[in-house]
Design a binder for this molecule. Structure first.
Ligand code: IVH
Length: 732
């Protein structure tokens, strides 16, 4: 790095040195402009950051320091003049009537004290004159500007480059926290705030995406950005986005005299205002609030990356005004980066339910963002090698070795990961890590299929690690959910050899329950809890088909796919006999997707499975290969003998006006959620589809319906509103 602003002036140097210094500064400024622009594009347009926030902040600071030292070298495209990145292609552009600004950053208490002192100086206020600030969490999402005219939402736009953003109005209308109409609002009202996703919703979304074989997101911010910036608003609707209002743009009449009061007013209009927001009367109170919010951070349930302080008095805000991209009256006090460096002590391999070998880094314990971390994920063998399957570099192509000095990253509740390695600190003699090609638990071959980044143990049920993980999955909430039999208990039963596979659970009483003596004598079990366990197990002998299919823990068969399969087949026999037939077909044997596709046409059972909405080749292949493995199949057959499997609820299709019809819902539904509408329609024998095509029989369009309504009109498809739909199905 070239000198910083506080390194001392060029005057201290000889002329030659100053020239060299200046040339170096110019080159570095050019480099920084490129690096920052690239990072901005990745973050704002592709929703796929290429560097940690802390590294980005450091580059911006280095740039600002160089510009302060060599003002004449400031570039036309200086990063300090840019906010975000120009809007992405694909969305209509919206010019913001007032620029959407960014915030200057404070990294420590001195920065905050300087900020307040600077404001006092600017306003000519003495040290003891009253000056209040609001302090509120800085939400880690993406900003959105909502324009209301005559109390109706007319435009929603992302920040873009601050001057021009993307028009995401249809998408914003699908977010429950955003009012569509505000009775009594000023004629023109622009509300600004942050769209974000809660940790719980983020995890559930990633689970759903993974099950459906879709894209998963690295963190809640990316998930929120990726979900809002969808060209099809129906996708946004299916994503659990939320919104906190923190400010405003153009308004035709003042909302209040103070920031806090204006936020309260927005609250009365129906916006969510962050409940952690406080008014602080001094720097001491601001810093105390910062500490409190930092403490609360882990339990808020959504990501924040600092605290924003704003001058409360709006008349003073107006006097203070703006610099080129940031207000003088506000600052973001950032939390320290959730990064730390430590020594990699060893690499362990864990074996999961589907046999995946997952490398885990055992670390010299280190505090990262206030939490002691001693384990972190290393993802897979490519990640360790620093090359993907195609040989492209990952993390700059640096491999990770035991003994290395590594950077650990954690955010919110996300599992910590090894994010980087410092090659200059590599101990002499450190050897490249050799990923095992046999399972460390059972010794079976561990193989990697083409196109898969994961290596898997081929031991199936003979692998104790897979068996235990399968059992844990079997008793989990969405599967058998047996009261009193959680992950810990099945692990103990497995260790003692009482439960080796699911069927053993249903034979526990017979084998070990005599007089309850044996179970009672086990640690942690008394007469009552033992009896309760047997009762709970008995209760689950009758169980819906979808739960059984899910409980088997077959790769790619999550809750949703299991429910789809159950709905289609209706009974275990129909399901298993079709899988058996499919397994005999050439498609199931074909090694690669292309060969499978080529044989599909002649494979009726295989085609029946893959024709189910939401079920593709990957699921069909996983079903056939798993269920045809002799040991696996014997274990499943043994289980099924203990069960009375309930068919999915029968469809009340008799006399249903929509039975057999393909229905599409679009726009905002006001009397039911999307999930309810879908379930109800399916219960009446309709097929609910996500897109309009020539096969669509009926479009149910709520307010805000867009491209789908247009397409239906073009295709001459009958379109009705929500009330007409309810009347049609007899709920009106
Ligand atoms: S005020 C003119 N308040 O942080 C002031 N911003 O780095 C504009 N952000 O673009 C911003 N929480 O996306 C403000 N409570 C909050 C915020 C917040 C998150 C974001 C916002 C802004 C960025 C600035």
């Amino acid at each position: 790095m070239v000198g910083r602003a506080d390194d001392g002036g060029a005057g201290d140097m000889t002329e030659g040195a100053a020239e060299t210094d200046e040339a170096a500064a110019e080159a570095r400024l050019a480099e920084l402009a490129l690096l920052i622009a690239e990072a901005d594009r990745a973050y704002h347009q592709a929703d796929a950051p290429v560097m940690a926030d802390a590294d980005y902040d450091a580059l911006k600071r280095e740039n600002a320091a160089l510009e302060a030292r060599f003002p004449h070298l400031k570039r036309e495209d200086s990063p300090s003049e840019q906010v975000g990145a120009a809007p992405a292609e694909g969305f209509a552009k919206v010019s913001h009537s007032q620029r959407m600004m960014s915030l200057a950053n404070a990294f420590d208490e001195t920065d905050v004290t300087d900020f307040v002192a600077g404001i006092r100086r600017y306003l000519g206020l003495s040290d003891d004159a009253a000056l209040a600030f609001t302090a509120e969490p800085k939400i880690d999402g993406l900003s959105l500007s909502l324009r209301y005219e005559g109390g109706r939402l007319v435009t929603a736009a992302t920040r873009g480059d601050g001057a021009v953003g993307e028009n995401v109005t249809a998408n914003a209308r699908t977010i429950a926290d955003i009012p569509q109409e505000i009775p009594g609002a000023p004629d023109v009202l622009e509300v600004r705030g942050e769209v974000y996703m809660s940790h719980a919703d983020f995890e559930a979304l990633n689970r759903r995406q993974a099950e459906a074989g879709g894209k998963t997101f690295a963190n809640p911010r990316n998930a929120a950005a990726g979900s809002l910036r969808q060209l099809d608003a129906e996708i946004t609707r299916s994503r659990p986005l939320r919104f906190f209002a923190y400010g405003w743009g153009e308004v035709s009449e003042a909302l209040a005299d103070g920031q806090m009061a204006a936020l309260d007013r927005l609250g009365t209009y129906g916006f969510a205002i962050n409940p952690e927001t406080r008014r602080c009367a001094s720097v001491g109170e601001m810093l105390a609030r910062y500490a409190e919010i930092e403490q609360a951070r882990a339990t808020l349930g959504y990501d924040i990356d600092g605290v924003v302080y704003k001058v409360d008095d709006l008349a003073l805000q107006a006097r203070l005004g703006f610099r080129s991209t940031t207000p003088r009256w506000a600052i973001a006090h950032k939390f320290p980066a959730e990064l730390a460096w430590t020594r990699l002590l060893s690499i362990d391999i864990q074996v999961g339910r589907t046999g995946a070998l997952s490398p885990v880094a055992r670390l010299q314990p280190v505090t990262v963002g206030g939490v002691v971390v001693s384990n972190a994920t290393l993802h897979n063998e490519d990640y360790i090698a620093g090359r993907d399957a195609r040989g492209n570099p990952i993390r700059g192509g640096k491999d990770i070795r035991v003994g290395d000095w590594v950077q650990v990253y954690r955010a919110g509740d996300v599992i910590p990961k090894v994010a980087d390695v410092d090659l200059t600190q590599r101990p002499g003699g450190a050897e490249p890590y050799v990923f095992p090609t046999s399972c460390p638990e059972c010794g079976s071959d561990a193989v990697r299929e083409e196109g898969d980044s994961v290596r898997r143990c081929t031991g199936g049920l003979i692998c104790p690690a897979q068996a235990v993980e399968k059992l844990k999955h079997f008793v989990s909430r969405a599967a058998f959910d047996i009261d009193g039999l959680g992950a810990r208990q099945v692990e103990a039963f497995h260790a003692d050899g009482w439960v080796k596979e699911p069927a053993d659970i249903f034979e526990l009483k017979e084998k070990y329950g005599s007089g309850l003596q044996q179970l009672k004598n086990r640690e942690g079990w008394g007469e009552k809890s033992a009896q309760n366990l047997f009762d709970a197990i008995d209760e689950r002998r009758r169980i819906p088909l979808g739960r059984v299919i899910f409980a088997l823990g077959i790769r790619h068969v999550g809750e949703v796919a299991a429910a789809d399969l159950a709905r289609h087949f209706g009974s275990w026999d129909a399901f298993i006999s079709t899988v058996d037939r499919a397994a005999l077909e050439p498609a199931a044997k074909a090694a690669d997707a292309k060969a499978r596709k080529a044989t599909l046409a002649e494979s009726p059972a295989w085609s029946e499975i893959t024709a189910i909405d939401g079920i593709g080749d990957a699921v069909a292949l996983a079903l056939t290969t798993t269920l045809e493995q002799p040991a696996e199949r014997a274990s499943i057959d043994r289980l099924i003998d203990h069960l009375e499997i309930e068919p999915p609820p029968a469809r009340a299709t008799e006399g249903s006006p929509v039975a057999g019809k393909t229905v599409v819902f679009t726009g905002t539904l006001e009397k039911m959620t999307r999930a309810e509408a879908k379930a109800r329609a399916e219960g009446l024998g309709a097929k609910v589809s996500g897109s309009v095509s020539a096969k669509t029989d009926l479009l149910v369009a709520g307010p805000g319906a867009g491209s789908k309504a247009k397409k239906a009109e073009e295709l001459g498809i009958e379109t009705i509103d929500e009330d007409a739909w309810l009347a049609l199905i007899g709920d009106g």
